[in-house]
Design a binder for this molecule. Structure first.
Ligand SMILES: Nc1ncnc2c1ncn2[C@@H]1O[C@H](COP(=O)(O)OP(=O)(O)O)[C@@H](O)[C@H]1O
Ligand SMILES: [Mg+2]
Length: 258
């Protein structure tokens, strides 16, 4: 299932420090949106509010709304754990459980949810590994530890783990920045395939990557030192890279700062 994401008037704080101000943007289903912008402008912070991970940090809070197909995930009766289940996240450093088998890594979330049927678990493991373009490489060593895979394979294992629970949304925070160029290309191809099934947001510092994989691009920036990060503009990726409406976007994508 793939869902529309709407962020409205988001203000995001760490204690007394406002990290992000006034972000309003929408991400249509079956699409990839890239978040770009200089370090510290709040890209990761915005991403973590979309699956309610931000509030795990002591003192952290969010104002405004995050809607999934119209439903506010910060609603009074919404369970944050349930939200995190429907919104998968992939991080910069691949973080499989290193000593756990490849198969168990993939189905760890389902086991937590109480799925016990072995053939059912095996089925989901295979489907998810196929979905993450990893099956052919690991099908003969499913019982070997996840930590034994290469970095690129570990990242695809983490993607398999994220999609195994059938989320609506996939959030990726610089998923390729620790990977070699070949693994990066494999992940980029995978993202293009996965957008048929998931709404995807990817944070990236790589402008070529943003141009290659995303349909829409959001440029974030800092108005000044100590100021909160802001959304400068969001538009079709082609538009952002050929004819952005803001000068700061043009400066950033042409490498003049950041
Ligand atoms: N756990 C935290 N506690 C306090 N401040 C934080 C924390 N995480 C990030 N920040 C601050 O929030 C701002 C945005 O950070 P971040 O979202 O990581 O930016 P980006 O991902 O764009 O590099 C920065 O000023 C950063 O120092
Ligand atoms: Mg970041």
């Amino acid at each position: 299932m793939t869902k529309q994401i709407d962020l409205t008037d988001l203000d995001i704080y760490y204690g007394g420090f406002q990290a992000v101000a006034d972000v309003t943007l929408s991400v249509p289903p079956r699409s990839v949106t890239a978040f770009i912008g200089p370090s510290g402008c709040g890209k990761s912070t915005v991403l973590r509010t979309i699956n309610r991970m931000h509030e795990v940090t002591p003192g952290a809070r969010v104002e405004g709304s995050v809607r999934l197909d119209g439903e506010n995930i910060y609603g009074r009766d919404v369970d944050p754990v349930a939200v995190r289940r429907t919104i998968g996240m992939v991080f910069q450093r691949p973080n499989p459980f290193p000593t756990m088998s490849i198969r168990d890594n993939v189905v760890a979330g389902l086991k937590l949810q109480g799925m016990r049927n072995k053939s059912e678990l095996n089925e989901v493991a295979e489907k998810s590994l196929r979905g993450a373009n990893l099956w052919q490489e690991v099908k003969d060593r499913l019982d070997k530890p996840g930590g034994g895979l290469s970095g690129g394979q570990q990242q695809r294992l983490c993607i398999a783990r994220a999609i195994a629970v059938s989320p609506d949304v996939l959030l990726m925070d610089e998923p390729c920045s620790a990977l070699d160029p070949i693994s990066t290309l494999a992940i980029e191809e995978l993202i293009t395939e996965l957008k048929e099934q998931f709404t995807i947001i990817i944070v990236t510092h790589n402008m070529q990557q943003a141009a290659r994989v995303s349909d829409r691009t959001a440029f974030f920036n800092l108005a000044g030192v100590g100021q909160p990060g802001q959304l400068v503009e969001i538009d079709d990726t082609e538009q952002i890279f050929s004819n952005p409406s803001q000068k700061s976007t043009e400066d950033y994508i042409s490498g003049r700062f950041g």
